[in-house]
Ligand binder design. Structure first.
Ligand code: EPZ
Length: 420
């Protein structure tokens, strides 16, 4: 088991610069898209994180092969030897469900375990299934698996009941090879969805956007290979910007797309922090002497991201006053609250709302988190907690953050990974 040991203090001064990695949630669908062609798909700016390795292993198990060198990954799936994504894999990473659309579209069959719940709540895939059925897939749910078959998918008009990121991604990939035209309405607008559509078009798909929430896909008979650079990780960017707002000093976050973090930057500025563009792909952040409280509700992009909710909560524990965070996307995404309370925060959960009373000085303790972003929040709290904070079970953190201790250490934080 590995853990992170952080020696923090309330007056921690950070400086220098940190370079962000590619977006985990953009590279996962991009790897799944390699199933749609027999030619090579070459991705660059790929973060070396656990979920990416899991996804590459899944494509290998299905019959593909991959070559990883540095931040580049080349994938090729000439044929498949299995069409099944096992429960162990899907349980380990819900994003495995992203192989469903490509497998049905190219090979006419897919067997994917139903993802159960996870630390942040129930994770249904009913919208993925309903969309594929509209495209003509025959789907049976049995023994905890989705069994999907189709001779050839046919284009259809589909409107998502609610915005779903991977649901939109699955249907974009499936429709790319369907016969005829598909229109997807009420699509998720996350940058990772747009990045996938760009990759698919490079592969020969014909996707355009009559409006930001509507995709029109004219199906083609087959797709080819492509080379594609993955967009920067906007959630890692937001996480580091919160580190800047939480601490004294100022530093630059490089390799970012400022437009992708506008909703987070707006909230950080409202809290009193300074966040200013520095060149085309960097933001400079500086903490405020006094953090102002505010009320935030998570919402689909371009709203405030649910994946930044835990991190922002840490900042609000240092605000001079009471703040309310409402989590509208997931039904149980407050696992970080009890751990923050152990560090000295005063937070009360009332249904989908967390009421944070600041300012509360934080003192170091041993803490554990059960989801990726909650773990990141505990690391942030450790930076400004007096004394030593030990974050255990950091395999959750390693799923989506590349070398976070090196990047924070490079800014002046005292943080080290130890094996116990
Ligand atoms: C993606 O998950 C991200 N994961 C999540 O990031 C992120 O939190 C989430 O989008 C919301 O932004 C990846 O992109 C790999 P959804 P996804 O389908 O696609 C409900 C992280 O930390 N829903 O947009 O699984 C669902 O229950 C992870 O990197 C249905 O009801 O989320 C939720 O309430 C955590 N039926 C809401 O929609 C469905 O068929 C949004 O879920 C699908 C979803």
């Amino acid at each position: 088991m590995e853990k992170l040991v952080i020696r923090g203090n309330p007056g921690l001064r950070l400086g220098g610069e940190a370079r962000m990695s590619g977006a985990k949630n953009a590279v996962l669908p991009a790897i799944a898209a390699s199933l749609l062609t027999s030619e090579e798909v070459r991705l660059t700016n790929v973060p070396r994180v656990k979920d990416v390795e899991t996804m590459m292993t899944l494509v290998d198990d299905l019959g593909g092969s991959h070559l990883a060198e540095g931040d580049a990954v080349s994938l090729r799936v000439p044929r498949i030897r299995s069409d099944e994504a096992s429960y162990d894999l899907v349980r380990a990473m819900r994003a495995s469900v992203l192989v469903l659309g490509p497998l049905v579209a190219r090979f006419g069959k897919a067997v994917v375990a139903l993802p159960g719940g996870c630390a942040i709540g129930s994770r249904p895939v009913n919208l993925h299934i309903a969309g594929l059925q509209k495209l003509g897939a025959r789907i049976a749910l049995e023994h905890g698996y989705i069994r999907a078959e189709a001779d050839r998918l046919r284009g259809a008009e589909i409107e998502f009941e609610k915005k779903t990121v991977t649901g939109t991604e699955n249907l974009l990939m499936a429709a790319a090879l369907a016969k005829g035209e598909t229109v997807l309405r009420n699509c998720a607008r996350e940058p990772e969805v747009a990045d996938l559509a760009e990759l698919l078009n490079k592969m020969g798909a014909r996707i355009d956007w009559p409006d930001p929430e509507t995709a029109r896909i004219r199906g083609v008979r087959e797709l080819g290979g492509a080379a594609h650079a993955i967009i920067p990780d906007r959630i890692e960017t937001g996480t580091f910007l919160v580190a800047g707002a939480l601490t004294a000093g100022d530093f630059a976050v490089r390799g970012v797309v400022p437009e992708h973090v506008e909703s987070v930057v707006a909230r950080l500025r409202a809290s009193g922090a300074s966040v200013e563009p520095e060149g085309a792909d960097a933001l400079r952040v500086a903490g405020a002497a006094e953090v102002r409280p505010q009320d935030i509700a998570t919402s689909p992009y371009p709203g405030f991201p649910t994946d930044m909710q835990a991190q922002m909560m840490v900042l609000l524990t240092q605000a001079a006053g009471t703040s309310i965070i409402t989590e509208t996307i997931f039904d149980r995404r407050f696992s970080h609250v009890n751990e923050l309370v152990r560090l000295g925060a005063s937070i009360e959960v009332q249904g989908d709302r967390a009421v944070i009373k600041g300012r509360t000085p934080l003192s170091g303790a041993e803490v554990v988190a059960t989801d990726l972003r909650a773990s990141a929040a505990l690391v942030l709290a450790g930076l400004v907690a007096s004394g030593e904070t030990v974050v255990t079970e950091i395999e959750h953190l390693d799923r989506g953050y590349e070398r976070i201790e090196e990047k924070l250490g490079g800014l002046g934080a005292s943080i080290e990974r130890i094996r116990s």
